[in-house]
Design a protein. Structure first.
Length: 137
């Protein structure tokens, strides 16, 4: 009987000790007031920043041909002044007419500025160059 009482007491003591040890908070991590500085280590190269993607020559040709038709000009008189990748809010490149339905999805494409030497036009296109629209000035 006393042996049972001793074993019972030891089990009770062990359970209480294990239970209390799991309730202790984790140690505090000291907070540093130092600012993080960028360090260049010898032998390690800083990764290159990706360059802005270029408009493919195929899409450039499609755009210039469409603008030449739209403006009734020979395409060899047109020059790409600038191109900039864009994400348009819909399949109509953000230029839907009031009676036009457009898929509501982000459409990757380009904003293209073209000139004939006298006039400057800004067009919007999708990535494939099969949607080309004159942007309002």
């Amino acid at each position: 009987m006393t042996q049972r009482l001793v074993y019972g007491f030891l089990c009770f003591f062990l359970i209480i000790t294990l239970g209390l040890s799991s309730c202790t908070p984790p140690p505090e991590i000291p907070q540093s007031t130092e600012t993080i500085r960028e360090v260049q280590l010898e032998g390690f190269e800083t990764p290159a920043v990706e360059a802005t993607p270029a408009l493919s020559e195929e899409v450039q040709g499609l755009i210039l041909a469409a603008i030449a038709t739209d403006q009734s000009l020979p395409s060899d008189q047109l020059t790409l002044k600038s191109t900039r990748p864009e994400s348009w809010p819909d399949s109509c490149l953000g230029l839907a007419s009031p009676d036009e339905l457009c898929a509501q999805m982000i459409t990757p494409g380009w904003e293209v500025t073209v000139t004939d030497g006298q006039t400057v036009w800004t067009y919007r296109t999708n990535d494939l160059g099969d949607q080309i629209r004159l942007a309002p000035q």
